[in-house]
Design a protein around this ligand. Structure first.
Ligand code: SF4
Ligand code: SF4
Length: 135
């Protein structure tokens, strides 16, 4: 993953906002990767969970916005249980989703999903999907 760093954005308002919403100390993460190693959703993610927290640390919100990872997180809290620094990454993912939803940026338009797919999805997937997909 190649990204262009903007030093002005380091420790930006974005970082403070994510810390405020999630209640997590983002800078305590030292990139051990244990969160990603245990995450059951990494097979589908384009950016690993530990990489997401690194991007947040660096204030690279636009890079996170291009990724599907925060929407694929299942909030299973496996990452938080494994983290040696006590970082609950599921809360960071939720904070990132909340910030995106506050901007009214839809990630998936349910109206464009095939009716067959909607019928086959488990109800719980639709309920959680509505929470994530609506702006
Ligand atoms: S397990 Fe914790 S310290 Fe390790 S990379 Fe993940 S968030 Fe950072
Ligand atoms: S809470 Fe999300 S990021 Fe953490 S292990 Fe579960 S699916 Fe992965």
């Amino acid at each position: 993953m190649r990204v262009k760093l903007d030093s002005k954005k380091l420790c930006s308002e974005f970082v403070k906002k994510i810390e405020e919403i999630s209640g997590q100390d983002l800078m305590s993460c030292y990139q051990c990767g244990k969160c990603s190693a245990g995450c059951p959703m990494v097979f589908a993610m384009d950016i690993l969970p530990n990489q997401i927290i690194r991007l947040v640390q660096l204030g690279l919100d636009e890079e996170i916005g291009k990724s599907k990872t925060i929407w694929l997180c299942a909030s299973c809290i496996t990452c938080g249980a494994r983290c040696p620094r006590g970082v609950d990454l599921s809360k960071v993912m939720e904070a990132l989703r909340q910030l995106t939803l506050r901007k009214n940026e839809d990630t998936v338009e349910l109206s464009k999903m095939a009716q067959e797919t909607i019928k086959e999805l488990p109800q719980i997937a639709l309920v959680s999907g509505f929470r994530k997909f609506t702006g």
